[in-house]
Design a protein around this ligand. Structure first.
Ligand code: GLY
Length: 584
């Protein structure tokens, strides 16, 4: 069975049973306290908790969907049989109850009917998990009794960690659940184990039925909802693999066409390095979908995830000797696989963004790998240096180091990062505030412009290390390894002066830190920020030029800002440069 067929079998089945097919919502959820959509129910959360009226919106209580999802916590695990960043989830819902609504009985009946009678899976291979109860919710005897009546004989009880679902963020609808795990047989693992085994992957969870009757409030208490709901989720990739008797989704049509195309442009074949192939295939698909949401590579939040995926593609392409000039061919395969349901995927757009990032990263990578080659140990300071200077994500440094048998002291690295953030915070706090003079305020805005210009000219490894302003000049320390050339200094001056000449406004917005980071505002000392921060955006009608989280104050527009000039560029400690500049 191929992916297209399974998707439509599922949606058609539930449509025949009176469900309305709802299109997938965006990977960027409405609730912006969470980074990505990770479950089908997110778009229905207000209806599940009866804040909104489901009948008004959908004219029915019964819905089904195939939802785009994205998970970031498993990026390190990609390459094994079971993990992916992007994935799809099939689900059906019964939201609230009246005579037509269904709850546990209906959900269990539909699930078994679909799996056994539509897909031909053998009921005896199903192992069902049952919520064993806790101090405020009793054991789910009711669900067990229904499963038994439907001929299920294998049961396993679990507590909150495994058998209670949600909420997605801190608050929201949630409830105990029953999961259907599929027994692939002894040859896949232990002789006598069950679902959620720590040692093997014999059992695969294929469907989660959530009996959503609770609401977790801001105090962390569980209130009974006014209504009961059914919320279910099938891991689409996993089910497809099982139906095809494959070990992994990477062996199904979702990936096999792409893997074949990669083989055409690489020296090593899939069988030679499955892990590298799977990482590349997963990340190509995942980044295509992120770009489909108009996310751009950056150093924060969603953009950072995209950057990480793109850079890992490039890095693993070297391992299998994949010619990245073939990127358009690879993306085309993804588009062909998905465009009939996800028309937001645009080949040209994806290829363009990939190529820009490739250029940015190529030089950085080359330099960084050479640097690592030379090392026989990597101290936390050196790891931080690689991170700071070459834009190497820590996990990449770890991968490289591990290959050479070098251990990385990650805790030490994090301490080093913190120390640096402390220093830049002190630098940034100095001198700013209500008593700044008009001249100082102007220099402050010029600092933001120059900061962005530095990143444009020298690359995004440039990070603010410290800043000080007085009535005469600005002083700015930043990470960079080499002395700037006269041409580079001139280019930076020109960029800043061009911006001043073009005219811009400085817009101040107050927003949650989470949101500020999600919109790509630059931030260099994250953990010290309050929950609500000020974001200063420098923009004109044509472009947003700079966006930083900052305490201010700033001038309102470029009028009378004057002419920017760099007086001196010098070293200010290891791998740190210092610029003194004025405006006249
Ligand atoms: N909301 C049910 C699931 O994601 O498993």
């Amino acid at each position: 069975m191929d992916s297209k067929e399974l998707r439509s079998l599922f949606l058609n089945y539930f449509q025949e049973k009176g469900h309305k097919i709802v299109a997938s919502s965006s990977l960027i959820p409405d609730d912006d306290t969470v980074l990505f959509t990770t479950a089908g129910m997110q778009q229905f959360a207000p209806y599940l908790s009866s804040q909104k009226n489901v009948l008004e919106k959908f004219q029915t209580r019964h819905l089904c969907s195939c939802q785009k999802c994205f998970r970031t916590d498993d990026i390190e695990e990609i390459g094994d049989d079971t993990h992916q960043t992007f994935f799809e989830m099939l689900g059906n819902w019964s939201i609230g109850q009246d005579q037509a609504g269904y709850f546990k009985e209906g959900a269990i009946k539909y699930a078994l009917d679909f799996l056994v009678n539509k897909l031909g899976l053998v009921k005896d291979k199903f192992h069902i998990t049952i919520f064993k109860g806790n101090s405020f919710i009793p054991k789910d005897e009711e669900a067990k009794e229904i499963w038994e009546r439907h001929g299920i004989t294998h049961f396993h009880e679990f507590g909150e960690a495994d058998n209670f679902w949600g909420p997605v963020s801190n608050v929201g609808p949630c409830g105990p659940c029953s999961e259907i795990h599929y027994d692939r047989g002894e040859e896949y693992g232990c002789k006598d184990c069950g679902p959620n085994c720590d040692y093997c992957k014999r059992f695969v969870e294929i469907w989660n039925l959530v009996f959503m009757e609770y609401f977790k409030n801001e105090k962390g208490e569980y209130e009974k909802l006014k209504q009961t709901n059914i919320d279910t989720g099938i891991g689409f990739e996993r089910l497809l693999a099982i139906l095809n008797k494959e070990n992994s989704a990477y062996e199904t049509d979702l990936f096999s066409d792409l893997i074949k195309e990669i083989e055409k442009h690489a020296t090593l074949k899939y069988k030679d390095d499955k892990i590298a192939y799977r990482i590349i295939a997963d990340h190509l698909r995942g980044s295509s979908f992120l770009i489909g949401e108009n996310i751009l590579p950056s150093n924060t939040e969603r953009g950072y995830i995209l950057r990480r995926l793109l850079r890992r593609i490039i890095r693993y392409a070297r391992i299998i000797d994949l010619d990245l000039n073939s990127i358009d061919r690879l993306i085309k395969v993804i588009i062909l696989k998905y465009h009939h349901i996800y028309p937001e995927l645009n080949q040209e757009n994806i290829v363009n963004i990939f190529n820009i990032e490739k250029q940015k990263f190529a030089r950085t990578l080359e330099k960084g790998l050479k640097e690592i080659e030379k090392l026989t140990e990597i101290t936390p300071r050196q790891a931080f240096f690689l991170y700071q200077t070459f834009g190497f994500p820590i996990e990449m440094i770890k991968e490289e180091a591990n290959k050479k048998g070098i251990e990385i002291d990650e805790k030490g690295f994090k301490e080093e990062l913190k120390k640096h953030q402390e220093i830049s915070r002190k630098g940034a706090e100095k001198k700013f505030g209500k008593n700044a003079s008009e001249k100082e305020i102007k220099l402050h805005t010029a600092t933001h412009l120059m900061h962005q210009a530095l990143r444009d000219v020298l690359g995004e490894s440039v990070q603010q290390m410290g800043s000080s302003i007085n009535n005469e000049r600005l002083r700015f320390d930043f990470s960079y390894t080499k002395k700037l050339s006269q041409e580079q200094i001139k280019e930076i001056e020109d960029i800043v002066n061009q911006r001043i000449k073009n005219g811009f406004k400085v817009i101040k917005e107050e927003m949650s830190l989470e949101k500020a980071l999600a919109t790509g505002a630059l931030a260099f000392f994250k953990e010290k920020y309050k929950e609500v921060v000020n974001v200063y955006t420098i923009k004109n009608n044509n472009e947003i030029y700079s966006k930083e989280i900052c305490a201010g104050p700033h001038i309102k527009s470029s009028e009378n800002l004057g002419t920017f000039k760099i007086l001196k560029e010098s070293s200010s400690g290891a791998n740190t440069r210092r610029i003194r500049a004025v405006i006249n």
